[in-house]
Write a protein that binds this ligand. Structure first.
Ligand code: GAR
Length: 202
């Protein structure tokens, strides 16, 4: 099975969903969790991973220079020999050193269409604009903020949603099945990354 390094900064609901699919779902015998890593040692998701019996590791990113911190993370992750680095609410932009170390093998889930909204607060953005539908994007990670080639997108029906909480609840439900599904298809070679036709790169 493909070895996954799952990186998170907070709650870890996407990590938990991925772990469930590894144990008894679409990723069973396709992937295994090599390590769960956090840049926040006290992240709830890291505790949850520990309780599930996964190898866990953390390095506190606070007060660190990005390139130096990322070099430490790369060295640590390499000890676990991951085939894929799976960002699951990992709230950091990766340095070029990190990207090169795992080129083409770093995935992220973003709770919006990355062509329309990048960065934080994507559900707030959908809610405040009263979108009838938003999208969940799984993409390969490059050096930009949510600019990497899209692997797949899934719609979230927001019609009738009457609060930000409801928007998030509907979105997360889609995230939790879609991330593992997309990873399974990527590992099996069924997905080719789509580079945005609207790319602003010259
Ligand atoms: C998820 O909604 C994820 O898509 C989002 O953070 C949340 C993490 O929740 N990621 C981003 O916004 C990345 N730009 P979780 O810790 O419960 O998985």
């Amino acid at each position: 099975p493909a070895r996954l390094a799952i990186l998170l900064s907070g709650r870890g609901s996407n990590m938990l969903a991925m772990a469930r699919e590894v144990r008894e779902g679409v990723l069973q015998s396709v992937a295994e969790v090599a390590v769960v890593f956090s840049n926040i040692p006290e992240a709830l998701g890291l505790q949850a991973a520990q309780e599930l019996g996964f190898a866990t590791a953390s390095i506190d990113s606070r007060g660190r220079k990005r390139t130096e911190f990322d070099a430490d993370v790369v060295a640590l992750l390499q000890q676990y020999q991951p085939d894929y680095v799976v960002l699951a609410g990992y709230m950091r932009i990766l340095s070029p050193t990190f990207i090169r170390a795992f080129a083409g093998r770093i995935l992220n889930i973003h709770p919006a269409d990355t062509h329309q909204h990048q960065g934080l607060h994507a559900y707030e953005w959908a809610w405040e604009n009263r979108l009838p539908e938003t999208k969940i994007t799984v993409h390969l990670v490059d050096e930009g903020l949510d600019t990497g080639p899209v692997l797949a997108q899934a719609p979230v029906d927001l019609r009738g949603a009457d609060s930000l909480g409801e928007v998030e609840r509907r979105g997360l439900a889609v995230e939790h099945r879609f991330y593992a599904d997309t990873l399974a298809r990527f590992i099996s070679g069924q997905l080719q990354p789509q580079v945005a036709s609207t790319s602003s790169h010259p």
